[in-house]
Design a protein around this ligand. Structure first.
Ligand code: 9D3
Length: 246
């Protein structure tokens, strides 16, 4: 898969794309990143990419010509490219959107900056994505969030399919707690069940911990998580218990 990033700050991406899983994915040939400098697509002598807003007001607006020239160039190379615009008014990014994007043959992630982008650029975009309801200074960090979430879903990138299977089993729930050595850390001990060697009991305990944590911290997730009759039963006993206490 090819992932292109269009930005006024290409240096921003140098280190993040060259670390850990993103680096490994490139080495394995699963993904190739290109960081495109928006200023290279400005046609004027001074390579200006922004201008004052029509109608007045503070800040600057990104001009349409360089953005659209870059989008056209990438689409010309690969017409199947999905063009994603990172924007505070986009659709909220989630795991489902990450999976959708991971299925595309190529992505172009367009990073906005300043107060915004000339609205006519919207006509050249396939999807607008926000990573959450907080104000950032630009689309660069959101683009990295998308890159990271999408790249780990490309087949063969994570390597260990065991982790992926386990993840799909716990799909839609918060994680169960993890422990490693030592068994006693400053008086904090590892739950006995994890030392028992009883794999069925361990699996049940982990499932229950995940359900418990989800009910306590993210009950909204339970509405769409795939739950077995045993899961429902366990959640019902938790609800009963809390009713007795209070
Ligand atoms: C004055 C109104 N602002 C919108 C809330 C303007 C504005 C603020 C910040 C326009 C762009 C930005 C920069 N943010 C992004 O480009 C961005 C973003 C974000 O700020 N939060 C969550 N997701 C994203 S994706 C791109």
């Amino acid at each position: 898969m090819r992932i292109d990033i269009l930005t006024l700050f290409p240096e921003f991406f140098e280190s993040p794309l060259d670390q850990s899983m993103l680096r490994r994915a490139q080495t394995l040939g699963k993904v190739s990143f290109r960081v495109l400098n928006l200023r290279d697509y400005a046609s004027d002598r001074h390579k200006v990419a922004d201008d004052r807003p029509f109608g007045g007001g503070p800040g600057m607006v990104m001009k349409p010509e360089p953005l659209v020239a870059a989008i056209r160039r990438v689409r010309q190379e690969d017409p199947d490219t999905r063009v994603v615009f990172l924007s505070p008014s986009g659709r909220l990014f989630d795991q489902g959107t990450a999976a959708e994007l991971a299925a595309a043959p190529a992505l172009l992630l367009v990073c906005g900056h300043y107060e915004g982008v000339d609205d006519r650029v919207r006509h050249f975009i396939d999807v607008e994505i926000s990573i959450g309801d907080y104000v950032l200074t630009g689309g660069e960090i959101p683009a990295l969030v998308v890159v990271d979430a999408v790249t780990r879903l490309i087949p063969g990138v994570l390597g260990n399919d065991a982790a992926t299977e386990e993840e799909s089993f716990q799909r839609g729930l918060l994680e169960y707690p993890h422990y490693t050595r030592p068994r006693d850390f400053e008086g904090l001990t590892v739950p006995e069940v994890l030392l028992s060697g009883d794999h069925a009991r361990i699996a049940r305990w982990r499932r229950e911990q995940a359900l418990r944590a989800t009910l306590a911290l993210r009950p909204d997730l339970l509405a769409s998580a795939p739950l077995s009759p045993e899961d429902q039963e366990f959640l019902a006993t938790l609800a009963e218990d809390s009713g007795k206490d209070r």
